[in-house]
Design a protein around this ligand. Structure first.
Ligand SMILES: *Cc1c(COP(=O)(O)O)cnc(C)c1O
Length: 476
C-alpha cells in the first residue's frame, strides 16, 4: 500500500470505528446465522491476484459483519464481558502499527519497562502486597497453567523439567467443583493427569468446603499420593462464588501446597477497597491471576499474573540459546522467560492508555456502578413473584430462575422452562444471556460490565425477561 493510500484509508477506518462505537445498539447482539452460512460465501481457494481495497471492505461489511456476535452491545450480558474501550482500541492500533515483537528488553525496551510499571500499578490498585510481581499473560488459562508448572518444578526441584514425570509419585491438585475448566486443562497439559485433579464439594454459597478439603488431602496422604497445589477461586464462573482464601492459605501452609488464586473476573473488583476484605488470605498466595480484559476496559488479551517467587518462575521457563543472549540479560526483565511464548505482543500499551485515561478513580466508579446495578436487579427479582435469585450477589452477576406456579414442584419441568426462557430471550436479538447449572438447578446468568453499561440497559433487560416469562408461563 503506498503512503497516500494509507493516509486515505486510515481516515476511512477511523470513520468506520467511530460509527461502530456510536451505533452498536443497532445490531442484533447475537447474529441470525446457521453453521456454514459465512463460510459458504467465502471462496474455497485463496486469491491468486491482488484485489482492490473496496471489494475487501465490502465483503467485510457484507459477509463478516452479519456473522459477528457483538460483545460490546448493551444487551450483551452473557458469560463474563470482554472489555473494550476507546483508549484501549486506539492503543491497540498503535501497537499494530508499530508491529514490534517484544520478547526481551532488547527487542523493545519501552515495552518491557512499560509492562514492568503498569503491572506494578495494577498490583497497588488491587491491594496486593509488595512481594508480588506482575507479568502480562495472554489468558487466565495460560496463567493457571504456568502456576501449576511452577508448583511442579518447585516440588521436584526442577527434576520434571529435566527428566519428565517418570518415577515421580502421583501429584494431586485441589480445587472446588465450581472451578473453571481452564484448571482441568492446565492439569492435563502439565502432565499431572485429570484424574489427579481432586474436586472438592461446595457449601450452600458455592464456595469450597474446607473441611472436605482437609479430609481429601489427609486421605490422599494415607493412599500414597503427593499433594502439590491448591487453587482458590475469587469469583467462580457460574456464580461468582468466593472461596475462603484465608482458610485455603492456612491449609496450603499446613500441607506445603503451592497456592494459586483464580480471580479472573472478580479480581478486577479488588480495585474497590471495600471489596478487599472478601479476599483476605490472597496475600498469602504464591500466585494470583485476574483479567483486565474481562472487567477493566482493556481489550483482549491482557491477563495480569502475579507471583511471589519470580526466580522460580524464570527458572521454570528460561532457556537461553546463543541467539537469544543479550548484553542486558542481568539488568532487565526478559519476559520471554516469564511464560510459555517466546514472541510477545506489546500489550502493556493499551493497559497504560486505559489506566491513564480513566484513572483509578474512573475505573473504581465504573466497577462500583456495575455492582450496584447487579444488586438492584437481584433486589427487583427477589421482590417479584415467581423469581428466585439462586446464589449470593456480591458483584454484578445475578443467577436466577423462574418458578411457574403450575409446575414448581416438578424440578425437571422447571429446568426445561428456564432453558426455554433463555432460548427465547437470545432469539430476540436484543439481549444475550447464558445459563449454567448450580447443583441440579438450571439457572440463567445475567452480567453487564461493559465500559459504558448503564442502569437503563439492565432495566431494559429486566423488562424483556419479564415479558418472555409471561409469554411462556403455562396457564393450564
Ligand atoms: C474467564 C475465566 C477463566 C478463563 O479466562 P481466559 O483468560 O479466557 O483463559 C478462568 N477462570 C475464571 C474464574 C474465569 O471466569
Amino acid at each position: 500500500m503506498d503512503n497516500s493510500l494509507i493516509r486515505e484509508k486510515a481516515h476511512e477506518m477511523a470513520e468506520w470505528m467511530a460509527d461502530y462505537f456510536e451505533n452498536i445498539d443497532q445490531y442484533r447482539v447475537l447474529p441470525d446465522v446457521q453453521p456454514s452460512d459465512i463460510k459458504r460465501q467465502l471462496p474455497s481457494e485463496p486469491p491468486q491476484h491482488p484485489e482492490i481495497w473496496e471489494t475487501i471492505m465490502k465483503d467485510f461489511n457484507d459477509i463478516i459483519m452479519p456473522g459477528i456476535t457483538h460483545w460490546q452491545h448493551p444487551g450483551f450480558m452473557a458469560y463474563f464481558p470482554a472489555s473494550r474501550s476507546a483508549p484501549s482500541v486506539f492503543a491497540e492500533t498503535l501497537t499494530a502499527t508499530l508491529g514490534a515483537q517484544c520478547m526481551v528488553w532488547y527487542t523493545s525496551p519501552a515495552a518491557e519497562e512499560l509492562e514492568d510499571r503498569t503491572m506494578e500499578w495494577l498490583r497497588q490498585m488491587i491491594g496486593l502486597p509488595k512481594d508480588f510481581t506482575g507479568v502480562i499473560q495472554e489468558t487466565a488459562s495460560a496463567s493457571t497453567l504456568i502456576a501449576l508448572l511452577m508448583a511442579r518444578e518447585k516440588k521436584t526441584d526442577f527434576d520434571v523439567n529435566k527428566k519428565g514425570l517418570y518415577g515421580q509419585p502421583p501429584f494431586r491438585v485441589y480445587a472446588s467443583e465450581q472451578i473453571h475448566s481452564s484448571i482441568n486443562k492446565a492439569v492435563r497439559i502439565a502432565g499431572l493427569g485429570e484424574d489427579h485433579l481432586v474436586l472438592i464439594p461446595c457449601l450452600d454459597d458455592f464456595a469450597i468446603d474446607t473441611v472436605a478439603l482437609r479430609a481429601a488431602i489427609e486421605a490422599d496422604l494415607r493412599n500414597g499420593f503427593q499433594p502439590l497445589a491448591l487453587i482458590g477461586a475469587f469469583g467462580t464462573t457460574s456464580s461468582a462464588a468466593l472461596d475462603n482464601l484465608e482458610e485455603l492459605a492456612q491449609i496450603a501452609g499446613d500441607y506445603q501446597l503451592f497456592f494459586h488464586v483464580d480471580a479472573a473476573y472478580c479480581g478486577n473488583a479488588l480495585v474497590l477497597p471495600e471489596i478487599r476484605e472478601l479476599a483476605n488470605g490472597i496475600e498469602r498466595a504464591d500466585s494470583v491471576v485476574f483479567n483486565p480484559h474481562k472487567w477493566m476496559f482493556t481489550n483482549f488479551d491482557c491477563s495480569a499474573f502475579f507471583v511471589k517467587d519470580t526466580h522460580l518462575l524464570t527458572q521454570v521457563f528460561s532457556i537461553t540459546p546463543a541467539y537469544l543472549k543479550t548484553p542486558q540479560d542481568l539488568l532487565v526483565h526478559n519476559y520471554r522467560d516469564w511464560g510459555i511464548q517466546l514472541g510477545r505482543r506489546f500489550r502493556a500499551l493499551k493497559l497504560w492508555f486505559v489506566l491513564r485515561y480513566y484513572g483509578v478513580k474512573g475505573i473504581q466508579e465504573k466497577i462500583s456502578n456495575h455492582i450496584e446495578y447487579g444488586k438492584w436487579l437481584a433486589a427487583e427479582m427477589r421482590q417479584t413473584e415467581g423469581y428466585e435469585v439462586v446464589a449470593p450477589v456480591l458483584f454484578n452477576l445475578v443467577c436466577f430462575r423462574y418458578l411457574p406456579s403450575k409446575i414448581k414442584g416438578n424440578a425437571e419441568a422447571v429446568n426445561a422452562f428456564n432453558q426455554e426462557v433463555l432460548r427465547k430471550i437470545n432469539e430476540s436479538g436484543d439481549l444475550f444471556l447464558t445459563g449454567t447449572t448450580l447443583g441440579d438447578q438450571y439457572v440463567i446468568r445475567i452480567v453487564a460490565g461493559q465500559t459504558d453499561t448503564k442502569k437503563e440497559d439492565l432495566e431494559k433487560a429486566w423488562k424483556l425477561i419479564k415479558k418472555t416469562v409471561n409469554q411462556l408461563e403455562p396457564t393450564d
